[in-house]
Design a protein. Structure first.
Length: 453
């Protein structure tokens, strides 16, 4: 292994079983394993594991809060606020006691980035029992952030993934001696390790980078994944698209796509390639998994019983059913960073479906209007509906003040497909000058943008 000093297994896995130790060594020492650059482990005591099991059992089955429509709040909100208000400096500075909900201001990523300590419950009891960990996120808004967390918080993601999998009839089965999940990246450099999950019988957990330079031989990627035979594979649109190109024989029970918008075309391609469900999760480092895409209902199913979701206007007022606004969060499962009316920068609308309240027309950042040649304006959601039909990893559309369009695609399709996309875009917006090129930037590009005249 390269990149850092070795830590003994006892420091990473306080309750490691002999079978778990053997699996951990095998995953790291396999002749076709990648160059693991880091070490990571659950660092959970037996008592912390028991607390995780209790919380996760509750969260898997507890009812979801009501939608954040005008005048609606969950029954637990007043108690939740009162418990935290004195301990969060930014909240306590607003008023000595919690404010009426109608007076509660919204917060955003820039507030956390400017002075994170004022939004953290640093003296939470669990902070004294577990080591602090931080997740760095660059975001898309120009406000980098380090999210404070705990090993138990990382473990608790499992509850919401299980809740999402249950919608597809999948119950986790991996146990001792088996690999539960592979977390796949495809980057120039990323955090990579082999670990085990004590909450699931010390089954294996592997975080790896599919970039060929992280392997002794490029063909080792498929061979190692076939040897691991993981129950689940998780990644973003870029890494999952790369995974589909490998001559992999193993078929996971499900793929999980996180952090980046998954187009309908790519989802269908992955489903056909691996003959398994592809779960599209809307998530962020500040809040974890927020919602699951339900194809049959064409909407997003909220996942967290302790996360209250509002759709608000520019002034922070909750919007009624069907109106498009900014997704705003209160609650969460990270005790160090409770969220209070936290504006995500993403937009959606509340809709009613047979399975209950869901979010529709979800898209990132503020909506961007695109000018048509006939003088009309279209919301960028119309472009999303057009482009997501194709098996693209990512795309970006920019409109100059003159109306000219620059379309960037990853991957850049073959000529016939590219021309079909160009014709559809010009049919939608009119015959503006259109340039199409490959999207070569990193994965934090702004998807839609426009220069104002």
């Amino acid at each position: 292994m390269a990149g850092e000093a070795e830590q003994p297994p006892s420091a990473l896995f306080p309750t490691l079983s002999p079978q778990g130790l053997a699996l951990w060594r095998w995953m790291r020492q396999h002749p076709q394993a990648p160059m693991f650059r880091n070490q990571s482990g659950p660092r959970l005591s037996a008592a912390a594991q028991q607390a995780c099991r209790w919380r996760q059992g509750l969260w898997r089955h507890a009812p979801l809060p009501p939608p954040g429509l005008p005048g609606q709040r969950p029954w637990w909100m007043d108690v939740w606020l009162a418990r935290r208000w004195p301990h969060i400096p930014a909240w306590a500075a607003m008023a000595p006691r919690q404010l009426h909900w109608g007076e509660m201001p919204t917060h955003q990523r820039a507030d956390l980035s400017a002075d994170l300590a004022r939004h953290v419950w640093a003296t939470h009891p669990r902070a004294a029992q577990e080591p602090l960990i931080c997740f760095s996120t660059s975001g898309t808004t120009g406000h980098p952030l380090k999210v404070p967390s705990l090993p138990s918080v990382a473990a608790d993601y499992r509850a919401f993934h299980q809740r999402a999998l249950a919608h597809f009839g999948i119950r986790l089965r991996a146990r001792a001696g088996q690999v539960g999940v592979v977390l796949a990246g495809f980057q120039q450099r990323c955090f990579t390790y082999a670990s085990v999950n004590p909450l699931q019988g010390d089954c294996g957990v592997v975080k790896l980078n599919l970039a060929p330079h992280e392997w002794r031989h490029a063909e080792d990627r498929a061979a190692y994944l076939d040897a691991l035979a993981p129950e689940l594979i998780s990644g973003d649109t870029v890494s999952l698209a790369e995974l589909a190109e490998l001559p992999l024989r193993h078929r996971p029970r499900a793929l999980l796509s996180t952090s980046m918008a998954l187009s309908q075309g790519l989802r269908q391609h992955l489903e056909a390639r691996f003959a398994c469900p592809v779960l599209d999760l809307y998530s962020m480092n500040e809040a974890g998994p927020i919602a699951l895409w339900r194809p049959a209902e064409q909407a997003w199913q909220p996942l967290q019983p302790g996360l209250f979701i509002e759709i608000v206007d520019e002034d922070g007022h909750p919007l009624p059913e069907g109106e498009l606004g900014e997704i705003t969060l209160t609650g969460g499962f990270n005790p160090l960073l409770p969220l209070l009316r936290y504006r995500t920068g993403d937009h959606a609308r509340w809709v009613r479906r047979p399975s209950g309240w869901m979010l529709a027309d979800l898209h990132g950042r503020s909506p961007v209007r695109f000018a048509c040649t006939d003088g009309r304006w279209l919301n960028n959601i119309e472009l999303t509906h057009l482009l997501q039909r194709h098996p693209l990893r990512r795309w970006a559309v920019h409109q100059a003040a003159s109306g000219a369009l620059h379309l960037r695609l990853d991957p850049l399709p073959a000529t016939t497909t590219r021309q079909a996309i160009e014709q559809a875009l010009q049919h939608l917006l009119g015959p503006w000058p259109l340039q199409t090129s490959a999207l070569m930037a990193d994965d934090k590009v702004r998807q839609y943008s426009r220069d104002e005249p």
